[in-house]
Design a binder for this molecule. Structure first.
Ligand code: FES
Length: 164
């Protein structure tokens, strides 16, 4: 019988290398799978989202609740009728993060009236499509945007009422 002696340290190094390799393979498989389902634009937006976070000094804020139970919050900073800043917060899926991120970049610099006309289809077009089961993620973002605009307008009316 042959007994192979090991030093323990080499074994641990080998195991770490194997685990790293396994993790790399799993990540590659997930990325390949994502690429089959989502457009490049959705993946890029999800991996590197812009304007995430609740805004403390927002002029308007709105919430959208999805049929899946996820939600999206949109915050607006508005000056002279133009959206200066827009941020989002969501507990939703990757597609929702992509929608929130792309929407905030889309409406920045847009007039409030222009933003009122934004539709889920516009957002889906900007993202180069969404899988059927994630179309509602775009609606969620747009509903939250419209809610934020309504909230801004009602705050404006309240201010004007207070001045009159
Ligand atoms: S918000 Fe429901 S799955 Fe994306």
């Amino acid at each position: 019988m042959v007994v192979v002696m090991t030093d323990g340290v080499s074994d641990r190094r080998d195991l770490t290398k194997e685990l790293d390799l396994l993790a790399e393979n799993v990540i590659r498989m997930l990325e390949e799978n994502d690429a089959k389902i989502y457009s490049r634009e959705v993946i890029e937006e999800f991996r590197n989202p812009s304007n995430i976070g609740r805004m403390q000094d927002a002029d308007g804020e709105g919430v959208g609740d999805g049929i899946c139970g996820d939600s999206m919050e949109i915050y607006l900073k508005i000056k002279d009728g133009v959206i200066e800043r827009c941020t989002f917060f969501t507990d939703g899926c990757g597609a929702t993060i992509a929608c929130g991120s792309r929407l905030t970049r889309f409406v920045k610099g847009m007039s409030v009236e222009g933003a009122k006309a934004v539709k889920p289809a516009s957002l889906i077009h900007l993202l180069n499509g969404l899988p059927e089961e994630h179309v509602h993620c775009a609606s969620l973002a747009v509903v939250a945007l419209k809610g934020a605009i309504r909230n801004y307008e009602s705050r404006q009316r309240a201010k004007e009422g207070a001045r009159a």
